[in-house]
Design a protein. Sequence first.
Length: 280
Amino acid sequence: MTAPAHPLTVAAVQAEPVPGDVAGNAATAARLVGRAAGARIVVLPELFLPAYHPPTLAADPAGTHVVADADGRVDDPRLDPLRQAARDGGTTVVVGAAVRHPDGRRTISSLVVDPAGAVRAAYDKQQLWGGERELFDPGRRGATLLVDDWRFGLGICYDGCFPEHGRAAAADDAHGYLCPSGYLAGSEHRRDLYYAARALDNTMYVVFANAVDGADPWRFNGGAAVYDPEGRPLARGADTGSDVLVATLDPAALAATRAAHTMLTDRPADQGLPRVALRA
């Protein structure tokens, strides 16, 4: 794997959207992007545009979703403030949305707003959690986002609980993993463990955004973070309150970690002969 030539500044956001208010949440997202001055990538939480609030998503599926065309393009005037923020900052924005596709599928997705203001439904969550299965369809394939000469695997929340998902990104030569998420209060231990582990498993940077605050039972726990390729936090938010965590990804640190910890190159093609069962 070739390391990028230059550092890249990124931002992980934790914030509280308003259930069902796609236009208002897009405006909030635009303001948060503005706070991440200098960041080339800003990652916002899972389902940030409609808010992760299943009762609202179930009651108003048309109003809470954005519509993608057959090529994944999204043309929704409610997102105009976010498009402008991306253009103003020269920023790529990754933001969570509920998406309706031409074939009728409804997905939890990451929209990518590029620095020209174009919006694309770039990745659909593959691993649905709990009641999400009643409202959404699972994504069909992984995706890698290219920004400058950096490669980032895209994941969403529960995807990151599966080592195979991060490893698939690393196998596609990803240098990092971008994970908009929605972790509920009480899950702080798992929140902090999963994404640090994905960073170390794959010797790659992880940018973890998370929803925060809200009302029970849909109260979220923040802790947005950027992890280095050994799983150490370069920046981490508190468990409450909005924040924008900015960190710079260093290609020299990435290369040094991969030289010292060679799990990616040492991994076997398979696990060998059939397993042996031993009785004690």
